[in-house]
Write a protein that binds this ligand. Structure first.
Ligand SMILES: Nc1ncnc2c1ncn2[C@@H]1O[C@H](COP(=O)(O)OP(=O)(O)OP(=O)(O)O)[C@@H](O)[C@H]1O
Ligand SMILES: [Mg+2]
Length: 391
């Protein structure tokens, strides 16, 4: 639980941190863009003044300095000079393909004018002495435009790499968890194997001893050993890639239910129903699947106060799909509990490990290619788990 809480606190901190970095990066670039835009505006203003001065009869003819320093120096801001009817006269920093007719050039510049108008109002240059009016149209330089989009592009690239890195790390973590899980299961099965074989040999000796054969002690021990064998085969199956074989689904579930009914309060009713033929077979690993049923039923029993009912329904929903609904009349879960129920380590029980549903999910989804979800849960009313399996 502590780990779960820390994990979500860590995620929130990470999220806040990323938002702060992203917004300060956007804020800083926008500040730069604003400054650059102001500079470009000033430059165009100067450009207009320069033009006016060149044409003005007041100047003493020494205009080459002005022309070179102001008008020619602008090699980044696209500008178009038009007459008073807004017809282009000349342009600068606009790429016009070579060898195109004058008419085409004018069309191109007119289109450009429209775009420029969207960005900035044209600057009027008046020459009262000559009775001429010109307009200067301009738009942001390529650099400014680039800078405008740069932070967003940067954020997209960084988030993309962040996402890939996250996937890689979580894949590596899951792979490591899998190795530990599988290794532990294999080792458990291996270690249980020796004492069980030895117990089996002992039971044969007991069976042959008349003193033991008379009462049912040997029979009971035999049952316990069979149970231990099932437990071992569960561990050894989960520790390797388990083989699926065609099994009668109703029978497998009924067997587990019968086994459990004897071990729970008699005030809890367990029942199984199906709309299928009872001999209907689907590919499954029997030791693992009965583990799923046991875990779900045990959780249902834990959710009840020793009284209630657990109903299992096996139905064919589509031609190739079977659904198994396990419904109990237990205490139900809150929305938050239901969201976390399948997370390893999540438990609301004093002595719980929070592993049952993780195991169930793994068996159903990874080993059988099926699906499991909480179909419905309501506080004090009960819960329905739904398993979907291919058939
Ligand atoms: N049928 C149910 N009704 C109400 N709550 C449930 C039900 N099944 C699961 N839960 C909730 O989900 C939690 C996780 O279940 P899970 O089986 O994974 O772990 P656990 O039963 O607590 O421990 P264990 O590892 O011993 O199974 C439970 O602690 C319980 O709060
Ligand atoms: Mg459990």
């Amino acid at each position: 639980m502590l780990l779960l809480k820390n994990k979500s606190a860590f995620k929130t901190t990470l999220l806040i941190f990323s938002i702060v970095i992203a917004s300060s990066s956007i804020y800083y670039t926008e500040m730069l863009v604003k400054k650059l835009a102001q500079r470009e505006e000033k430059m165009i203003d100067l450009y207009a003044k320069g033009l006016k001065f060149i044409v003005s009869p007041d100047n003493n003819g020494n205009i080459s300095f002005l022309f070179n320093e102001i008008i020619e120096a602008n090699n980044s801001i696209p500008v178009i000079l038009t007459d008073e009817k807004h017809q282009p006269i000349s342009s600068k920093n606009i790429s016009i393909p070579e060898n195109i007719s004058e008419r085409k050039t004018t069309t191109l510049l007119t289109i450009e004018l429209e775009e420029m108008k969207d960005q900035h109002e044209p600057i009027l240059v008046e020459y009262p002495a000559m009775g001429i009016k010109n307009y200067i149209y301009y738009r942001n330089s390529y650099l400014l435009t680039q800078l405008l989009y740069y932070p967003y592009l940067q954020l997209i690239v960084v988030s993309f790499f962040g996402f890939i890195a996250y996937l890689a790390f979580s894949y590596a973590r899951t792979a490591e968890q899998n190795r530990v899980w599988v290794g532990l299961a294999k080792e458990t099965a291996h270690q249980l194997g020796t004492p069980i074989s030895s117990l089996m040999a002992w039971i044969e000796i007991f069976k042959a001893t008349p003193a033991f054969a008379e009462n049912n002690i040997v029979e009971e021990i035999d049952k316990d050993i069979k149970r231990l064998e099932i437990v071992t085969s569960r561990f050894s199956n989960i520790g390797s890639s388990p083989k699926l074989s065609l099994e009668k689904i109703f029978e497998v579930i009924k067997e587990s239910v019968d086994y459990l009914q004897l071990r729970i309060s008699s005030k809890i009713q367990l029942s199984v129903a199906t709309n299928l033929n009872e001999d209907f077979e689907i590919p499954m690993n029997k030791p693992l699947f009965s583990w799923v049923v046991e875990n779900l039923v045990k959780n249902a029993v834990d959710a009840m106060n020793n009284v209630g009912s657990i109903h299992i329904v096996i139905n064919q929903e589509k031609v190739n799909k079977i659904i198994i609904d396990i419904t109990d009349t237990g205490k139900g879960m809150t929305k938050k509990q239901a969201e976390q129920a399948f997370t390893a380590g999540f438990t609301t029980k004093k002595r719980g490990w929070g592993l049952g549903l993780t195991l169930v999910k793994r068996i159903v989804e990874e080993y059988h290619g099926g699906k499991i979800k909480i179909k419905n849960t309501e506080i004090d009313k009960g819960t329905t788990f739904r398993i979907e399996m291919d058939c």
